[in-house]
Design a protein around this ligand. Structure first.
Ligand code: G3P
Length: 213
C-alpha cells in the first residue's frame, strides 16, 4: 500500500506545476478568471493565443510523463509486478495535483493535457488510438471537450481490453486495480467536464478553430 501512496504523492507533486497559470501570471493575468476559467491548454489557447496553448500542452504533458518516469525509475526494480500499476498511480496523482492544486485553493484544470502525458508514457499504442479519436472528433466538431471525453473513454476501455488480452503481464488482482484506476480517471474527467457536457447537449459549447476563421 505504501508504494501506491508514495507514487500518488510523487504524481501529485509533479501535477502542481500549473503551466497555464504560470504563463498567465507572466502575462499579467490569472487564467482562471478568463475564458472558461479552466487552467488548461484549451483556455490558454483561447485566452492567450497559440503559443500559450502549445506551451501549456507541452508543459502539462511533460509533467505527467516525468512523474511516471520517476516512479518507474524508483520502483521498477524493487516492484516489477506492480510497476505498471504504480505508473497509473503516478499519473492519477499528477492529474489530481493538476486539477486540485492546494496552493491555488484547489482550483486548477481538467487534467486532459496531463492525461495525454499519462497515456503517452504508459502505453504508446493506446496513445495513438486516443489521439486518432481525439483529432477525428475535434476536427469534425471543433469541440475540444468532445474530443477529450471520447479520447478518455477509449483510454479506459483500451486499458481493460489490453489487460484482457494479456498485454500488461501482471497478476489478476493488479490488473483489476488498473481497470478501476482507469475507470476512476475517466469518471473524474467526465465530472470535471460536467459544464462542458451540459453545453454540448444544449449545442452551445465553445468551439475552437485552429486556422483563420
Ligand atoms: O482541456 C480541457 C478541454 O477539454 C475543455 O476546456 O476550457 O473549453 O472548458 P474548456
Amino acid at each position: 500500500m505504501l508504494v501506491r501512496i508514495v507514487s500518488l504523492l510523487i504524481g501529485y507533486a509533479f501535477g502542481l506545476f500549473q503551466t497555464s497559470y504560470i504563463y498567465g501570471r507572466k502575462n499579467g493575468i490569472d487564467i482562471r478568471e478568463h475564458g472558461s476559467g479552466n487552467a488548461g491548454t484549451t483556455n490558454a489557447l483561447r485566452t492567450l493565443g497559440k503559443k500559450a496553448g502549445a506551451v501549456t500542452l507541452l508543459g502539462d504533458c511533460l509533467k505527467c510523463a516525468l512523474a511516471i518516469l520517476a516512479v518507474y525509475l524508483l520502483f521498477g526494480r524493487s516492484h516489477p509486478q506492480l510497476v505498471r500499476l504504480l505508473e497509473l498511480y503516478a499519473g492519477a496523482g499528477c492529474i489530481l495535483g493538476h486539477n486540485f492544486p492546494f496552493y491555488l485553493h484547489f482550483k486548477g484544470g481538467k487534467g486532459i493535457a496531463a492525461s495525454v502525458g499519462l497515456v503517452a508514457a504508459f502505453d504508446w499504442r493506446l496513445f495513438l488510438i486516443c489521439a486518432v479519436v481525439f483529432f477525428t472528433a475535434f476536427f469534425l466538431s471543433h469541440y475540444v471537450s468532445l474530443g477529450s471525453l471520447l479520447g478518455y473513454f477509449f483510454f479506459a476501455v483500451g486499458v481493460i481490453v489490453s489487460g484482457q488480452i494479456g498485454r500488461y503481464d501482471v497478476d489478476p488482482g493488479v490488473l483489476h486495480e488498473m481497470y478501476i484506476l482507469a475507470l476512476l480517471l475517466m469518471a473524474l474527467a467526465f465530472w470535471r467536464h460536467r459544464q462542458n457536457i451540459v453545453r454540448l447537449i444544449r449545442g452551445n459549447e465553445n468551439k475552437i478553430y485552429l486556422g483563420k476563421h
